[in-house]
Write a protein that binds this ligand. Structure first.
Ligand SMILES: [Zn+2]
Length: 315
């Protein structure tokens, strides 16, 4: 691939803007130099290591996804492989599935590098007597929207932190939105749309026909998935996974079954912005949209950025 030039390129390309200092990427090309910032174009597949990303304050997309977006520091990175492919805005918000591949036995969809790591982890789990099943993996925007609308209209139940059903009739619209966001992501803002996240269960610990609830009671002492989670505590890091919702920090309730492949999800998180979410939701057929739109900046801070970073502890 040759160098891409601003405004002329048909495919999206990325430039990293780092105030005051130049961070030379492997195959970078300086586009613009001002007294306050340096813009650098990189080849489409050339993603800098986390140290360089962390030093940047803005990321600019040129071409189809034109715009300059802030880069926010995150806790606990590992290196992003140089071969990692960045998602475009449609992939990032689950409106297409060009970034994921469908797998059978077990059935799931994920980015190929995520699937490879997951299947290796599944093999190790099998030797420990665990049937590590992807209960939910890639979810597209429409599915996330269906979940949202189902909960907003009262057709699907809303739960408190302990998994007890809330009384829908007693809740205001704002309460409902709060309740939904404790367990479900804003359509467009779900990590499941990235193809990097997998909710897991142990098929060996339940009887045939058991319908997993993915609620705390299954994970806690005496729960059907207690042994699975002890095994996950010890093993997920070896395969590059972490638990972004390990504990409650005022955003999502704990979801220890939700595993994230760090090398692919960390760059994806950096690409999500309140502006992108606003643009996507404005066009969506979403219940409560008028109440949600002005809340997007705080939802972004509280529910999207506010995760348990990789390496910040287990459950
Ligand atoms: Zn999940």
């Amino acid at each position: 691939m040759g160098w891409v030039k601003p405004l002329w390129c048909a495919a999206p390309c990325a430039a990293f803007v780092a105030s005051d200092e130049l961070y030379p990427f492997g195959s970078a090309h300086v586009l613009r130099l001002t007294t306050r910032s340096v813009a650098i174009a990189v080849k489409l597949r050339d993603v800098p290591s986390h140290a360089k990303i962390a030093a940047c304050q803005h990321i600019a997309f040129i071409g189809r996804n034109a715009g300059i977006f802030p880069v926010r520091p995150l806790r606990g990175f590992i290196n992003v492989p140089a071969t990692h492919r960045m998602l475009n805005n449609h992939e990032l918000t689950g409106r297409v599935r060009t970034h994921v591949k469908q797998y059978e036995e077990p059935t799931f969809a994920a980015q190929p590098e995520v699937a490879k790591a997951f299947l290796a982890m599944r093999e190790k789990a099998r030797r420990a007597g665990i049937d590590l099943i992807p209960y939910s993996s890639f979810r597209d925007f429409r599915t996330q929207l269906r979940i949202w609308n189902g909960k907003f209209s009262g057709k699907k139940p809303l739960y408190d932190m302990d998994g007890r059903v809330r009384d829908f009739a007693s809740l205001s619209e704002l309460d409902i939105i709060d309740c939904i966001l404790n367990w479900s992501a804003l359509p467009g803002g779900s990590r499941h749309q990235w193809g990097t996240e997998i909710d897991v269960i142990d098929g060996a610990s339940v009887s045939p026909g058991y319908v997993p609830k993915l609620l705390p009671e299954e994970v806690s002492a005496g729960g059907v998935f207690e042994a699975l989670h002890h095994w996950l505590d010890e093993n997920i890091a070896e395969f590059g996974f972490f638990r972004p919702y390990a504990s409650y920090n005022g955003g999502m309730y704990p979801e220890p079954w939700h595993l994230s492949f760090e090398a692919a999800s960390t760059p994806a998180l950096r690409q999500v912005t309140p502006e992108l979410l606003t643009a996507v939701i404005r066009r969506a057929d979403m219940l409560g949209k008028d109440v949600v739109l002005p809340l997007i900046p705080q939802i972004y801070e509280r529910h999207i950025l506010n995760i348990n970073g990789p390496g910040t502890g287990q459950r």
